[in-house]
Design a binder for this molecule. Structure first.
Ligand code: SAM
Length: 287
């Protein structure tokens, strides 16, 4: 087994590598990856490591050293539910850029590892609200985050539960449309990290022909800027799947153009040429 000082060195290398791989240029984020021990959140090893070629493989033993690599770790492997890939989270968290003193709402917190990363970034003057739908995972997240004074964990549907106005809303499950609670809950200047996915997205991820995309939605008064961040394949968001929006997204991914999106509108009263996707009550527009 690696001893604690060896693990600390490993974490420094891991933090540098995953922020590099995620193209995430944010010193506070790299420091958070250094400062937060992944093994404290994922429970006792051996751990089930996700294989992109299919299935999982267990680590040979319970040495936390195995966790300091750009790997997904099964939380509930039988459901394909994982602690996500560190470099991908680096990309998404860097695009949200949580800053000292801010309030972060994390929807789909799992066991709280990436919640703790963002709590590290906002620091003692900041606040974290972590929301997890699955009762077992929420119980684990509650225990894992109990040492953080500014953190609280809620079990339930993060698209419906109320929360205090947020600087960052970080959603880690695939929705087919933006939730009103997320748009209404953003402070002016606040950033929502929003994965939008079709019904085919989960388990059939293909970078060349994506069926899911992460957008950063930035509130400007009553308007919302939107930027494409990355493609994604992700576990679906409970309560946030509707068939009409799914069909609109499927057609949007088929035709392309998601990288050119500039604005989220809370209406579908927009011409087809001016938007990538529209469905009742919302659209992603090009200007
Ligand atoms: C891809 S997993 C990510 C877990 C965690 N972020 C991680 O990487 O370790 C997605 C998580 O979102 C949760 N989830 C799905 N729908 C949700 C909802 N409406 N509200 C809160 N959590 C939800 C799932 O139970 C699951 O734990």
């Amino acid at each position: 087994m690696f001893n604690p000082s060896e693990l600390a060195v490993l974490r420094r290398a891991y933090a540098r590598q995953v922020t590099f791989l995620g193209d995430a240029h944010n010193a506070a984020l790299e420091a958070a990856y250094v400062g937060v021990p992944r093994e404290a959140y994922l429970g006792q090893g051996p751990w089930q490591i996700f294989r992109w070629t299919g299935g999982y493989t267990p680590t040979p033993d319970a040495d936390p050293a195995w966790l300091y690599s750009d790997i997904l770790v099964g939380l509930q492997p039988e459901r394909g539910l994982n602690n996500g890939q560190p470099s991908s989270h680096a990309t998404w968290i860097a695009s949200a850029a949580p800053a000292a003193g801010e309030h972060v709402v994390h929807v789909g917190a799992g066991v709280g590892y990436y919640s703790a990363i963002m709590a590290h970034m906002v620091g003692a003057s900041g606040r974290l609200t972590a929301i997890e739908f699955d009762p077992d995972l929420a119980t684990r997240a509650t225990a894992n985050l109990a040492h953080l004074a500014g953190a609280r964990v809620l079990q339930g549907d993060g698209s419906k539960l109320p929360f205090a106005p947020a600087d960052v809303i970080y959603v880690n499950a695939g929705a087919s449309r933006p939730a009103d609670t997320w748009l209404d809950g953003l402070k002016d200047g606040g950033r929502l990290i929003l994965p939008l996915t079709t019904s085919q997205n989960f388990r059939r991820f293909n970078f060349a022909h994506p069926t899911g995309a992460v957008f950063r939605i930035t509130r400007r008064g009553e308007s919302f800027d939107a930027d494409f961040v990355s493609a994604i394949g992700v576990f679906p968001c409970e309560g946030m799947r509707d068939e009409v929006s799914e069909r609109a997204l499927a057609a949007g991914f088929e035709k392309g153009g998601y990288r050119e999106v500039k604005r989220l509108l809370r209406t579908d009263d927009v011409s087809d040429e001016d938007c990538w996707v529209k469905a009742p009550g919302w659209s992603l527009a090009y200007r």
